[in-house]
Design a protein around this ligand. Structure first.
Ligand code: SF4
Length: 693
């Protein structure tokens, strides 16, 4: 086998043992790597109905198949597991579920380090009694005592492990949020890249796995290294051309004027020619703007949810507020531009901010998602708070989208009289405190309660859906999709977000594909699979067409590509695969792999009874807003979902059909269709679906 190691590592934390499993080439040909390989493995090995926080859940770290090869944008890895956050409770199909498919994604240099450790993926099962970390060096594999790290934040953990195992050690770890089993906790690498979504930090915490530390340096043989180098050279040169485009540069430097124009013209992120996402590569001075380039645009055109989905951007969060958190301003504190491994865009920027209460005073420039969650969503325009929160959440290992949405839920609860000052009595505030919209004073104290589960924090630590189960009457403003807080793109402006927020096996994700992303990507991203993305306003048809970019997206994820690669053209996927593995695949075969991966993820949820279309009414435009760019928009996403299911070969209830399973060679799953549509899945030790106290 070329291009892969052909083996994965399975660590049994209950017995402190590990085994190396060899995988046949066929598995890679069918699932590639990344979460495709994860979906294959988890479907096979997690017993249906398992407690996500119990020993039977499996947590996987899966770099993409191209990760580490030097291919542009390919440095990413997926974390996979059964999610303790999503798909829980009594479902509309009358079944109980205690969790659905979960995945999260991160960049940096940790993904390639897994490959260099000698494995195509690392999986963990069981639960350790004491905190441990996995160490893989050139000499061997061991589980080490992590008692001295337990309670430390992710930056401290990484630094201590680097002192112990050398400065070249690559580390992924959980912070106090994961240790305390917050269902909105994530896993952090490179001192601030976070696989944030699906609550997988809690899964790692439940296994008492504090960290993974990798120092090994094993090589993979490629089928045609010179060809791979030639392809990479071509692509990087092409990206240089895009980055220096005078048009993009001109727009990038005039963002302050573009934003109001986009509002007036009611233009969403799906602006012609992928201009908006391409702006993130715009150099401002010597630094790329990154995702934060959309902060002022999105706050104006209705893309950013404002004041917990109740506000209107230009009224409640006008330009002068958004401008205080824009990339241009944050860049004033810039120290060093950086990117994920083998990224030609390099959208990251390390900042040095003297007011941070940490020794090195450093933080990564907040991404758009964080800036909106702790900006427009809670009406904050205080940059100091944004940077403090950004670094705090990275260190404690908590998802900023979910945390910000939970803060917004609390602020509305305070405004409506659900929460009172005495509800916030805690160790640090014996008299309690009262957080209110736009006031930065108590945001960090509130987050600290959530991380430590102190006082009311115990009920807020698991995000909005679970909080609303504790506080009856608050459901209407607990914003979520199938249990997960949603990415910061308001579906009342771009309804196809709504479809993917609930119909993708991992709900709430802003990095899944859908109709608008399909429209948005230039058709020549991958010419052999040029999409037939006709423009239509018919919801069913939009959903049906979405199956195309969704399948392509599965391939990209499983190759380890950053989704931003989609907005630049001529990614020679087929030739790269051939140069790395030697496989001469047709474009149709690659497309087929995408369908198989999505169907496997969907079958995971089908078998768990976790397919659902639940989303807070307000987020769907019920009642509709009275003014602003999304005034009057009420979204019925069900029709779009039905179109999407038909396009994917799923039945109207979302369960894949026997025919489509056969098409993808997934015949072995056919008996599981009986579980998907039959008797309720037994509940295993799930405290969270007990009635509210
Ligand atoms: S565009 Fe940004 S997030 Fe994507 S791979 Fe490059 S540096 Fe990483």
């Amino acid at each position: 086998m070329k291009g892969v190691h052909g083996k994965i590592l399975l660590v049994d934390l209950s017995h402190h043992q590990y085994q190396v499993e060899e995988l046949p080439e066929e598995v890679y040909r069918r699932y590639l790597g990344g979460y495709g390989l994860g979906a294959y493995y988890l479907y096979k090995h997690i017993p249906p109905g398992s407690d996500p926080l119990g020993p039977d859940n499996i947590l996987g770290f899966c770099p993409g198949l191209l990760t580490g090869t030097g291919a542009g944008f390919s440095g990413r890895f997926a974390v996979v597991g059964k999610s303790p956050l999503t798909g829980k409770g009594l479902r509309s199909n009358g079944k109980y579920s205690n969790g659905g498919w979960g995945n999260a994604n991160a960049g940096g240099i940790f993904g390639p380090a897994i490959k260099r450790a000698g494995f195509d993926a690392i999986f963990f099962k069981g639960q350790s009694e004491k905190p441990v970390y996995l160490l893989i060096t050139q000499e061997g594999i061991s589980l080490e005592d992590a008692s001295f790290l337990w309670g430390k934040d992710t930056v401290e953990t990484e630094e201590e492990l680097m002192v112990k195992h050398g400065q070249r050690a690559c580390v992924a770890s959980i912070g106090p949020a994961g240790e305390n089993l917050s269902l909105i906790s994530g896993i952090v690498n490179d001192k601030g890249r976070i696989a944030a979504r699906s609550g997988l930090g809690a899964v790692m915490g439940s296994k008492k796995l504090k960290a993974i530390c990798l120092t090994a340096n094993k090589k993979i043989e490629y089928a045609d290294r010179p060809k791979l180098q030639e392809l990479n050279k071509y692509y990087f040169a092409r990206m240089k051309y895009f980055k220096s485009s005078p048009l993009i540069k001109a727009i990038g430097t005039k963002l302050d004027y573009v934003a109001p124009l986009m509002r007036v013209s009611k233009m969403g992120l799906a602006a012609p020619g992928s201009i908006i996402p391409r702006l993130m590569g715009t150099m401002y001075g010597n630094v790329a703007l990154g995702t934060n380039m959309s902060t002022i645009i999105s706050a104006q055109n209705g893309d950013s949810p404002v004041k917990n989905y109740r506000g209107v951007g230009y009224v409640d969060y006008p330009m002068k507020k958004a401008m205080k958190l824009r990339a241009k301003r944050l860049n004033e504190f810039g120290k060093k531009q950086y990117g994920c491994f083998s990224c030609p865009l390099k959208c990251g920027y390390l900042l040095k901010y003297d007011k941070l209460p940490y020794k090195d005073k450093e933080t990564h420039r907040p991404e758009y998602e964080t800036t909106c969650s702790f900006g427009a969503l809670i009406l904050n325009d205080d940059m100091d708070l944004l940077l403090q929160v950004n670094e705090y959440l990275n260190r404690v290992g908590m998802d900023s989208i979910s945390a910000g949405t939970t803060v917004a839920y609390v602020l509305e609860g305070v405004e409506d009289g659900f929460f009172k000052q005495e509800d916030f009595i805690c160790t640090d505030y014996p008299q309690g405190f009262l957080p209110v919209w736009g006031d930065p004073t108590y945001v960090l104290p509130l987050l600290k309660l959530m991380v430590t589960r102190d006082g009311i924090g115990a009920k807020l630590a698991d995000g909005t859906y679970h909080a609303s189960q504790h506080f009856p009457g608050t459901e209407a403003f607990a914003i979520h999709a199938n249990g997960s807080e949603m990415g910061m793109h308001d579906l009342r402006l771009t309804k196809s977000w709504g479809m993917s927020f609930v119909a993708d096996p991992t709900p709430g994700r802003h990095t899944t594909s859908n109709y608008d992303l399909g429209q948005l990507g230039p058709p020549d991203f991958y010419p052999p699979l040029k999409p037939k993305m006709e423009k239509t306003t018919d919801s069913y048809r939009q959903g049906e067409i979405s199956a195309w970019p969704v399948k392509l997206h599965q391939v990209m994820e499983s190759l380890g590509l950053c989704m931003f690669s989609y907005f630049f053209s001529d990614y020679r996927m087929q030739e790269m695969l051939a140069a790395v593995t030697g496989w001469e695949m047709t474009a149709e075969e690659i497309f087929q792999i995408g369908g198989r991966i999505q169907t496997t993820r969907q079958m995971f949820n089908a078998r768990e009874g976790a397919i659902q279309h639940e989303m807070t009414q307000r987020a769907q435009g019920s009642p509709p807003q009275q003014k602003g760019p999304i005034a009057g928009n009420a979204i019925d996403i069900e029709e779009m979902i039905q179109g999407y299911y038909a396009g994917m070969g799923f039945q109207p209830d979302g369960v894949p059909s026997a025919e489509i399973l056969q098409t993808y060679g997934l015949d072995a799953m056919i008996p599981d269709l009986a579980i998907s549509t039959g008797a309720p899945t037994p509940i295993v030790n799930d405290y969270l679906i007990q009635p509210a106290q």
